[in-house]
Each structure stands twice: as structure tokens, then as C-alpha cells.
Ligand binder design. Sequence first.
Ligand SMILES: *Cc1c(COP(=O)(O)O)cnc(C)c1O
Length: 406
Amino acid sequence: MLQAPQSGDDIVTEQEQEWALETLAVRTGHRRTAEQEHSEPIFATSSFVFSSAAEAAARFSGDSQGNIYSRFTNPTVRTFEERLAALEGGECCVATASGMSAILATCMGLLQHGDHIVSSRSVFGSTTMLFNKYLARFGIATDYAILTDLDDWRQRIRPNTRMLFIETPSNPLIEIGDIRALADLAHAHDCLLVVDNCFCTPVLQRPLELGADIVIHSATKYLDGQGRAVGGAVVGDRKRVGEEVFGVLRTAGPTMSPFAAWIFLKGLETLSLRMQAHASGAQRLAEWLEAQPSVARVYYPGLANHPQHALAKRQQTLPGGIVAFDVHGGRDAAWRVIDRTRMLSITANLGDTKTTITHPATTTHARLTPEQRADARIGEGLLRVAVGLEAFDDIRDDLVRGLAGA
Ligand SMILES: *Cc1c(COP(=O)(O)O)cnc(C)c1O
């Protein structure tokens, strides 16, 4: 069986096992070439050559490990994969063209016709679309549970359920799911727990240590952190990720390019510093918003009144960089807040150095019916801010301008 050309034994040396996350993020995965480069090189090559016919045959059969073709083996991509695997504490990582293709490849690699998924209701819109519109066509059905309600999950599991899928914190209300409890529930029913760790990154939360089986990333967000490229990754064990998910990548080809991999692996080097700065800005902003008369409610797990404040403290090192809040006055007021700001970027993206502001009800969650939105408590007055790395006072001053319109 041809495997992803990496293994836990190779990627984490004895020295690396003792390194802290910040050190792993800077140094893991780069094997210096004969050129003695200091920064990681971009291997812009589609294929690799063999020293003999016999070596070519051995590579193709899997008897010898090494580069073959950049759809599935590229040294720059591998450096990113090994680095992210080390940060998440996983045996293996497979990089993908986008976060969505990471989810698709995971489902294609680990599920089959007749299987059933229970997903959190509060997942990325395209994830819901992938499950309902595309996986359903191939005989994989999905039910949706309330992220924070374990009984609801329990009741939705069927004999053919093979995967529980969550994002935590959720978007846009920043609710927290209990990874350890859901992992226990999954394993009691012969299911895998898959966690989309996009909002937290391994700096704030390491789902594999809490019992999850697979971690998904949209590298597009915080891993790059500077809004430059689209990419994704799947992290887990050698069999499921290194063979099954890798097999989908090798065959179907939603691969990360070496150029994108280079951007992401340089992004990882500053990830810890950036996540701390995003989280400290978000905490200050949440506390400031709570004191504003035009704000009805603030959703941020770093606030003591957040329903899962204690769980967030246990499960995450920091509450994260995203804050949501309701303004009085519904959609008109919320839109006025957005339109009166001058610096914040009006975009649905997140995980950027630049602070972004979004009206979920008419953008990211516009495809839901009004009843579904009401069910999910995504009101017309709800705004989401993904706090960037600008000076806090400038972000606050822009929201002062915005809230004057509410
Ligand atoms: C953006 C996002 C995705 C999809 O990632 P792409 O890189 O845009 O394909 C998946 N999950 C979450 C939580 C996201 O925010």
C-alpha cells in the first residue's frame, strides 16, 4: 500500500519531542538541502526523476519511499504537513487545495454508501451543502444536532452512523462543544469524531489530545493568517489519514500547491504570537462592547456570562479571536453599524491581520430559512467581528463610529 511519505517516527525526532509548540512551529519538517538554505525552499516541480528503472518501479510499488509526482508527493507540501501534524500532535497530515476539499477527502476516504453522519447544526455553510447536496447523492445521509446538547447527539446516532462532525467554537455565536464528551459518545458507537479546528488552531485547542480522531483545517484562515491563499489539511493517524485520506488525494487530486504550502508553513511560524494577539484584542473588544448601550448582547467565551465559559477554559488555552454581538434595532441598525465603519473590512472572511465585520443573517447564513435562523438564534441584529492585528484603539474607534448608527 502506498502511503503518504511521512511517518510519526520520521517526522518527530527525539529532540523535537521535547520542543514546545512555538519551536515546532518554526523548525519542524525542513530537511536542509545541499544548498544549505536557511528558509524553506519552494519545490516548484511537478515530477521527480529516479536514478534507475528499478528505483522507479520500487517507488511506484511503495517499496521505496520518496517523491514521485506533486499531486501526492512534494517536499514543500510535506514540510507544511509535518509541521502541522507536529502542532496538532497527530501522526500524519495530508494537505489539500482548500478547507472544503479537506472535508470532502475525509468523507470519501473514511465513509461509504449507506453510512450516516451526525453533524453539528452550527457548521460552515458549505459543509452543510456538501453533506446535504453532494454526499446524499452517493448514499451518505446526514442529521444535525445541537452542538451543546449531548442528549440531542445521543438520540440522533443510528446503527449506521460512522462520523460525528463538529466545529468548536461555532460560527457565528461562538458556542463551545465538549470535545471529550463527544469523542466518548462517538467511540461508544463505533464512530469517528471529526473536529474542524479552524477557529482555534492548535495554539488554542488540540482536539486529538481530547479524544477526537481527525482534525480538519481551512488553512485559508488563521494558519496563513494574512489572507493570501486558499488551502486545507487533515490531521490524524497513519492508517486513516496517511493511507485512506491520502489515497483520495493521490487519486482524485485536490492537492495543495507548493507555492501555497510555502505561504502556510511560513504562516505557522508566527501562529502562536498571532493567536495570542487576536485573542487579547477580542477579549478587550468583548468587554468594551458589553458596556455599550446600543449593544443588546455579546457572545464571547472569554466573558463570565458565556454559557460555556468554564468548558472553554478547560478545553482551550484562550477564548479566540472572534466576537459576535446583537445590536438593538434589527437588520437596519446592524447594516448601519457596518456601513458607518471606515476601517473594518466588510467581508465574510476571518483569520486575517485585518479586522473583518459580517452580518451573518444576510451573508454566511442567508441560505438558511428564517425559521432555521431563528432556531439557531442568528438574529437580524447580529454582527460578527473577527479581530485582526491593528491597534486595539483603532478597532474600537471604528466601532464607536459604527455603533453611533445603531
Ligand atoms: C472557511 C472555512 C471552511 C472552508 O475552508 P476553505 O478553505 O474556504 O475551503 C471550513 N470550515 C470553517 C470553519 C471555515 O471557516
